[in-house]
Ligand binder design. Structure first.
Ligand code: ADP
Ligand code: ZN
Ligand code: ZN
Length: 813
């Protein structure tokens, strides 16, 4: 309900300002802060977000809003300040920030459906409802759910909206966002209730029917699914019972469980001493409000248990908790562990959910029906109030950085939101980012440490194999060296599992023509195609373009394309022929493209129905598989040669993480790492699993070359389809930047403009790409310069060229 005549609205257009609109009387009751409204803008109608009430419209004439698009706020009032901070920091229009923050798939076609709940039905039969409430339930009972609009229309009650909201809060009904497209997907289920009637003597009941009746009598209501567990044929038996008036059948919407699998509740283990001390530290600091912590703990040291205890603390004191985990860990075990501990108290947000499911989760959160959200990066925008703790697991993970549109980093935003909320923020990792560890050094973060694995096992022993030794070998030995093969064999003989890691998918990664020597490149991108045997085609990993396996050389038309280079698919084939009796599974983007397939593969590892797992970095993330005792790294150097100042950091993290998958159960683990650079410090410190050695080597290098965390950067990513226009625009941008800089003596000394240069992959999907890097020890200085550039008339006049602003860039390619 809006109290004033006017509201402040942020529209979903690339504009920085908010606008004042008038709320006509008939919409005032429906409208609230945090909802979407339809507003006229110029000659268009656009979606806007209600950010506040306004007493007047100032000197301008305000237009009326046209419609209210939600029946419940999508975000709480106190999140608006956070949105504004994000917009300013990432130099991104406020309306578009909010749009990014909200679940995708919201559009004007969405409808809200109302469903009656068990409590609603019970209330009706026991007469505890108000007359108004009873009227609504009566109306709904007849239907298998109806749209909110239908309900509102059918009622003569002037305050029906407020009533429905109150009833939703009290669990008498649920309102669920249903997308028109997904309407066929609403999951409803039959629930059976006893009617209270006693069977007349002349009705003959079979034993099965009697059994059904007695099951139904035991509880207020039972789902058909549960009935079937006892009486498999229940579905056909209930209809006659209902006809005889002995039972009632109700269709009701059920929330989809994205995983389908039941999760057994767990009992919290006794904490180890290390865990207990650490949790006590956080508790003692609670009165301080916002405290950012970096929790460093070797792989398998029990960090997740610590997170769960801190979340439990928050929930116990009536607060909420946000838990961020990398996408892939979510759909498997981290979610399971949280479910086992917190049951129905959690909402889960990740990309495997359908739009409808995501909206349902969002809604549960904003209604305060659940207090814990566990999700991938976008969960940092969850509509929760009064946050008690924010957790970021595997804080070094690059998936926290969004690389399109609003290029935010959820790890960094976790700290910002925690500060605004005055709650502790825990960033955890076995291999912290250089950024976060430097924050510990600078006393911005407090460090918490877990030094030992819970099972007391030592970290796995890591052996390096110098690939240079096998350079001139032919055949498989070059790729799967005898050292690795011996260990795989030994591992299999003991009945354990081996994980073979290569961060490159496909069969052959470097197809080239035997006649003319040219590599087979993508038509639209400056990269070579990858041969995929499974699909019998060459695929471009950047744009998805494919060519048939029988393609001729585009240069000389010869048929002789040879497939050099190797990826996971080829490793799988090699292992199959080396170990014909072993059961193999491959986990990479290709093998997991179908919904549900990751889950199935992960399950097969857990249930030990596979012996050798070949995988990419998907497998390096936070999994806990107790029977993996051997990890083999096919080529440790792949990420080392990338043109990126974080190449060493990524290599170290990836290797230390993947090594950490070994020996998490009873038996100790072992790792074979094949490399061309055994003497490189990133590889050597990964071998020793020595984070400090890595950091102490890396930090001075960053400092000397003025890279983050010792300097701040904004990268401009400039691209377009017309090569000439892009090149022109790039020059213009650079000119404007230099002009602005020379006109601002107070920042001139500190700011450095590097480039423009062509991006290291110059063309992707037919777009030509350039970059300009702006560096300064002062974030304010870089930010000021880029802001001024953005609104410069010459820049605004640039057409058909995209200028993306990447604040704290992660991928420099
Ligand atoms: P990390 O997240 O640090 O890699 P995990 O939290 O996955 O480590 O813990 C590793 C294993 O130890 C898990 O199987 C977990 O259930 C178990 N664990 C954690 N804490 C305890 C404890 N206090 N007592 C017994 N087992 C524990
Ligand atoms: Zn050729
Ligand atoms: Zn391509």
């Amino acid at each position: 309900m809006i109290q004033t005549d006017y509201i402040d609205v942020s529209v979903t257009l690339p504009l920085d300002n908010t606008f004042v609109y008038k709320v006509p009387d008939h919409l005032r009751e429906l409208c609230a802060i945090g909802m979407r409204v339809l507003v006229p803008f110029g000659r268009r109608r656009v979606t806007g977000y209600v950010l506040g009430e306004q007493a007047s419209c100032g000197p301008y004439k305000a237009k009326n809003i046209l419609d209210v698009l939600d029946d419940h706020p999508l975000f709480p009032v106190n999140e608006i300040l956070f949105f504004k901070w994000v917009a300013q920091y990432y130099i991104f229009p406020l309306g578009e920030v909010i749009k990014t923050a909200l679940p995708t798939g919201l559009d004007r076609q969405d409808v809200s459906c109302v469903f009656v709940t068990l409590a609603g039905i019970k209330g009706l039969s026991s007469g505890t409802l108000s007359p108004g409430e009873a009227c609504v339930i009566e109306f709904l009972k007849e239907k298998e759910g109806c749209t909110l609009k239908q309900l509102l229309k059918s009622s003569a009650n002037p305050s029906i909206v407020a009533l429905v909201r109150k009833m939703e809060k009290n669990d008498l009904l649920t309102v669920s966002a249903v997308l028109k497209r997904e309407i066929a997907n609403i999951k409803t289920e039959k629930f059976i209730q006893h009617s209270g009637q006693v069977p007349e003597n002349n009705i003959r009941l079979s034993r099965k029917r009697q059994q059904i009746l007695s099951l139904v009598r035991e509880q207020p209501e039972i789902s058909l699914t549960s009935l079937r567990v006892h009486v498999p044929t229940a579905a056909t038996l209930i209809a006659p019972l209902a006809e005889a008036g002995l039972i009632k059948i109700i269709q009701r919407k059920v929330f989809r469980d994205p995983l389908g699998d039941p999760v057994e509740p767990d009992t919290p283990p006794t904490l180890t001493d290390e865990q207990a001390i650490l949790i006590e530290t956080v508790r003692e600091n609670r009165h301080k409000g916002f405290v950012p912590y970096l929790l460093t703990g070797v792989t398998g040291s029990g960090k997740t248990e610590v997170y769960m205890r801190l979340v439990a603390d928050a929930v116990k004191s009536g607060k909420t908790a946000i838990v961020l985990v990398p996408e892939i860990a979510l759909i498997s075990q981290t979610e399971r562990r949280f479910r086992a501990r917190f049951g129905e108290k959690i909402a889960v947000i990740h990309s495997m959910l359908t739009h409808g499911e995501r909206l349902d989760q969002w809604r549960k959160l904003s209604l305060g029906k659940v207090s814990i959200v566990i999700g991938a990066r976008s969960a940092i925008f969850s509509p929760v109030e009064d946050i008690g703790v924010i957790i970021v697991d595997e804080e070094h993970d690059s998936s926290y950085k969004q690389e399109t549109g609003l290029r935010y980093n959820a790890r960094d935003l976790a700290v910002v939101r925690g500060k605004m909320q005055g709650c502790p923020v825990i960033l955890g990792s076995a291999t912290p980012s250089v950024q976060s560890y430097q924050n510990v050094r600078d006393h911005k973060f407090s460090q918490l440490t877990l030094e030992r694995r819970v099972n007391q096992n030592p970290l796995p022993e890591i052996t390096l194999v110098d690939l240079k030794k096998y350079k001139d070998f032919r055949g498989t030995e070059k790729i799967i060296t005898p050292e690795l093969a011996i260990q795989i064999r030994a591992c299999l003989e003991r009945g354990n599992q081996a994980l073979i890691f290569l961060n490159r998918r496909g069969f052959a990664t470097f197809p080239a023509c035997k006649e003319c020597g040219k590599s087979l490149n993508c038509k639209f991108c400056d990269v070579t195609m990858t041969f995929h045997k499974d699909q019998d085609s060459y695929n471009c990993h950047l744009c998805g373009h494919t060519l048939p396996a029988a393609v001729n050389c585009p240069e000389c038309k010869s048929k002789k394309i040879q497939n050099f280079g190797f990826g996971t698919e080829k490793i799988e084939a090699m292992l199959k022929s080396m170990f014909p009796d072993a059961r193999l599974a491959r986990i990479d983007q290709d093998s997991t493209a179908k919904k549900g397939s990751v889950l199935r593969l992960l399950k097969s590892i857990r249930n030990r129905t596979v012996d050798i797992i070949v995988g990419t970095q998907m497998l390096a993330k936070g999994h806990d598989f107790p029977y993996i005792t051997l990890v083999g790294v096919i080529c440790a150097d792949l990420s080392l040669s990338l043109p990126d100042f974080r190449a060493s950091e990524r290599t170290f993290q990836l290797l230390a993480q993947v090594a950490g998958r070994a020996g998490r159960g009873q038996e100790p683990g072992r790792v074979i790492m094949q490399t061309y650079n055994p003497e490189h410090f990133a590889i050597e410190s990964a071998r020793r699993q020595d984070y400090m050695e890595f950091f102490n080597h890396e930090a001075p290098f960053r400092k000397a070359l003025m890279y983050p965390p010792f300097t701040r950067m904004i990268q401009l990513k400039i691209s377009g389809r017309d090569e000439k226009k892009v090149a022109q625009a790039v020059e213009q941008v650079a000119d404007v930047l230099r002009q602005l800089l020379s006109g601002a003596p107070e920042i001139r000394e500190s700011v450095q403009i590097l480039g423009p240069i062509e991006a290291s992959i110059y063309r992707i999907s037919s777009r030509f790409r350039w970059q300009i890097l702006i560096k300064s020890p002062s974030f304010l200085h870089v930010s000021r310069l880029v802001n001024a550039m953005r609104i410069h008339p010459e820049i605004r006049a640039i057409k058909q060229v995209t200028i993306a602003i990447d604040v704290d860039p992660y991928s420099l390619m």
